[in-house]
Write a protein that binds this ligand. Structure first.
Ligand code: KIV
Length: 269
């Protein structure tokens, strides 16, 4: 069997002190088939709670449960050998008590096969992060635009516009580093703030809508593959137009079945 060069929370973290190390490439994954394709290409597969929108059709991530996360994580884990596998802790699975956080994070590792968990928030959850790390659970942070706080933020809008807001996001990121997080996602902040935080932290930053200076980038798989024509925010680059490809393939299939072209002899026994 071919040896797998496995990426771990430890190896990701150590890239920060190796200036020649490549930038971290992360993408979300929610199922086995996609995970198997992406596994050898990217460094990190994130089972994001964005599955609430992408897979379940909700308008926010809030309805996603720990059972949903464990289910999708298990599927992704079966297709993952090389990439580091991290799973989001969904809304209200870690905020109410440390006990909840420990049980639910443990579930994602034990039942889901995750190798790390991602939590949204900074100073407010730093003690929970420290506890999880102490117990052997690697934690990735997530600051700036934190989608689980959409109702407090008043929508999915750029964060860190004022000096005070910039300072607060920086403090959040530093608190996560102090608590033992191995990396932190910076979402929806000005590029200059992304640069500043990346320069201040000793752990890698992974940006989404946070400019080019981060130590890595993450995108939602269906966004970068262009599966949703209505979703085109400024930060998103579509590397394919799978919406068109899928529609064309389905139309051809439909027409061939209706016209009796498929199945032909080569596809029959
Ligand atoms: O849920 C998710 O997909 C995420 C990424 C967008 C960072 O948290």
């Amino acid at each position: 069997m071919r040896e797998v060069d496995k990426i771990t929370s430890f190896s990701l973290r150590s890239r920060k002190s190796a200036p020649e190390a490549p930038r971290i490439v992360a993408v979300t994954a929610y199922d086995f088939t996609f995970a198997r394709l992406a596994d050898e290409i990217v460094d990190v597969l994130l089972v994001g709670d964005s599955l609430g929108m992408v897979v379940q059709g909700h308008s926010t991530t809030l309805p996603v449960t720990i059972a949903d996360m464990a289910y999708h994580c298990r599927a992704v884990a079966r297709g993952t050998r090389h990439a580091h596998l991290v799973a989001d802790m969904p809304f209200m699975s870690y905020q109410a008590s440390e006990r909840d956080a420990i049980r639910n994070a443990g579930r994602l590792l034990v039942d889901g096969g995750a190798e790390g968990v991602k939590l949204e928030g900074g100073v407010a959850i730093a003690s929970t992060v420290a506890k999880l790390v102490d117990l052997g659970i690697p934690v990735m942070g997530h600051v700036g635009l934190t989608p689980q706080s959409v109702h407090v933020l008043g929508g999915y809008r750029l964060q860190g516009r004022t000096d005070q807001a910039k300072e607060s996001i920086l403090q959040d990121a530093l608190a996560l580093e102090d608590a033992g997080a191995y990396a932190v996602v910076l979402e929806g902040i000005p590029a200059e703030l992304g640069r500043l935080i990346t320069a201040r932290l000793k752990i890698p930053t992974i940006g989404i809508g946070a400019g080019p200076h981060c130590d890595g980038q993450v995108l939602v798989c269906s966004d970068l593959l262009g599966m949703n024509p209505e979703f085109a925010p400024k930060f998103l680059k579509k590397y394919a137009r799978l919406d068109e490809t899928i529609r064309e393939a389905l139309q051809t299939y439909r027409d061939e079945v209706r016209e009796g072209v498929f199945p032909d002899e080569t596809h029959s026994f």
